[in-house]
Design a protein around this ligand. Structure first.
Ligand code: BES
Ligand code: MN
Ligand code: ZN
Length: 505
């Protein structure tokens, strides 16, 4: 998809024949009130549009659409009316719903290009730059298909190639241009995260992820990829990570992608992503229902891939290191057993009471390993606990941090991108749930506060850093008819990193 921003006054546009094969999109508010762009079109078309509205065929209900053909005096073949609901009620969430509906309608039409008039729409608490970036993301999302493994690619028509954002009374500003290019990078990062997430466990193995990281390193000369194998991990003393892979025939990998966008001396932000390519639960085997969805247990890793690709595309001026511990969690006669005690790279010992609480076991060694990069900040991203879904559903990711300032920066980035997180407690009071009679800690803390005790476990390995943990168990993918990875939290993470660069200027 190609995007551009242009000042184009619709009445001059009209009759210019520039938009042959195209579509002009304008908004209509509840009870048929026209936006500025819609009024201009209506006037040129001698009230063709307002007559249709008077007839009741377009009420302006939020996210409703009406595609018109051959509107008189309009050069464009099509006009798409987009319902926006009640003007004072139009908020971020509703606007995004409207954009999704608009993109669906555009894709459903046969238009090859489209001009969208969006800057005359006011969304509560958001500016025009935000409105354009959400349109970009919605357009990518509506085009996304996971058809890599279908014998015939989904040929359902995807003719829309160009989107132009039309400005009525202003020249394209640097702010709008930046918003669009950032949104494109984010949308492509989300698509990469979705692709990796949606691939099945027999394709997307730790070795496959390692290959993807090498490819990313070849595409961008700012990225340096390093892969450690099990022998290397053994030497580093990663007894906890290795205990998870023991039951699997697939070799584990520890993937590092170093993105250099700033001076070498600048301490990096380290992103650690859980990369369990299939989580059967191990000897503490999961029940059968929906077990296929545990191929998504590497979505934290996928979001690190997506974010690193996005910032490399943008050439962000900061240093970021992505670390991905990756393996399968499988049962076998060599698998770790409940009650086994292992020694982590940090030296702390862990009694594994449930082999299904494996995410924390691979993350803790990766978090210790991160010290090597002298991080300024560490953020881990993991589909860590079912308990997080019970707490927050599929709307917010769980956010835990040992520093409130960092937590608030991440929350703000989530609000900005509507990829939201919710701040959860990480109080000492919960730590005792991890006490073990036989080791320094046990790997589960009981049913109560399951997502919190998981975070408390990780906190024991990140004491020396400014650190945050995102539990994305509820937000990384959708189940049921719309089963598929969401690409979250690539928007949150990328926006956080962009904001960091802006704040340091
Ligand atoms: N990957 C799962 C968490 C998960 C479950 C994410 C369902 C999304 C949907 C994780 O490894 C796990 O199995 N966690 C256990 C922890 C428990 C044994 C303490 C869980 O949440 O049940
Ligand atoms: Mn598990
Ligand atoms: Zn898991």
């Amino acid at each position: 998809m190609e995007f551009s921003i242009k000042q184009c006054s619709p009445e001059k546009h009209v009759g210019s024949a520039k938009l042959k094969n195209g579509c002009v999109l304008v908004g209509v508010f509840d009870s048929g009130k026209l936006t500025d762009a819609a009024q201009i079109l209506d006037k040129a078309a001698q009230h063709y549009i307002s007559e249709i509205i008077a007839r009741g065929d377009m009420t302006g209900k939020a996210a409703s659409t009406l595609l018109l053909h051959n509107v008189p005096n309009i050069a464009s073949d099509r006009v798409l009316l987009l319902g926006l609901g009640k003007r004072p009620e139009l908020d971020a969430r509703q606007y995004i719903d409207c954009m999704r509906a608009a993109m669906r309608a555009l894709q459903g039409s046969n238009a090859k290009d489209a001009v969208l008039y969006l800057t005359d729409i006011t969304v509560k608490g958001r500016d025009s730059a935000w409105c354009l970036s959400q349109a970009v993301i919605a357009s990518y999302e509506s085009q996304y298909r996971s058809d890599q493994l279908k014998s015939k690619a989904d040929k359902s028509k995807q003719v829309l190639r160009k989107i132009q954002f039309g400005l009525l009374n202003e020249k394209p500003s640097a702010a709008l241009e930046t918003a669009v290019s950032e949104a494109v990078a984010i949308a492509q990062g989300m698509a990469l995260a979705k692709d990796l997430g949606n691939l099945p466990g027999n394709v997307c193995t730790p070795t496959y992820l390692a290959k993807q990281a090498i490819t990313l390193g070849k595409t961008h000369k700012t990225i340096k990829t390093t892969i450690l194998d099990e022998k290397d991990m053994q030497k580093l003393g990663m007894g906890s990570l290795l205990s998870v892979t023991r039951g699997s025939a697939e070799p584990a990998k520890l993937i590092t992608m170093e993105y250099h966008g700033a001076d070498k001396k600048q301490k990096p932000v380290v992103l650690v992503g859980k990369g369990i390519t299939f989580d059967s639960g191990g000897i503490s085997l999961k029940p059968g229902a929906e077990m296929d969805e545990m191929k998504y247990d590497m979505c934290g890793a996928a979001s690190v891939f997506g974010t690193i690709q996005a910032i490399a595309e943008l050439g962000l001026k900061l240093n970021v290191v992505g670390i991905i511990p990756s393996c399968e969690n499988m049962p076998s006669s060599t698998a770790t057993k409940p009650g086994d005690i292992v020694t982590s790279m940090s030296g702390q010992t862990i009694e594994i009471l449930n082999t299904d609480a494996e995410g924390r076991l691979i993350l803790c060694d990766a978090l210790t390993y991160a010290a090597k990069f002298q991080p300024d900040t560490i953020i881990d991203i993991a589909t860590l606990t079912g308990a997080c879904i019970i707490a927050l559903g599929h709307v917010a990711s769980g956010l835990f941090s040992n520093q409130d300032k960092l937590a608030h920066e991440l929350l703000a980035a989530g609000e900005q991108t509507q990829d939201r997180a919710w701040h959860m407690p990480l109080w000492e009071d919960y730590q005792s749930q991890l006490d073990s009679n036989f080791a320094d800690m046990q790997n589960i803390g009981g049913r109560a506060g399951g997502s919190i005790t998981a975070a408390c476990f990780l906190a024991r390995f990140t004491k020396e850093y400014r650190w945050a943990h995102l539990d994305i168990a509820g937000t990384a993918w959708k189940s049921g008819k719309d089963k598929g990875a969401t690409g979250r939290p690539v928007p949150l993470l990328t926006r956080y990193l962009i904001n960091r660069v802006a704040a340091s200027k």
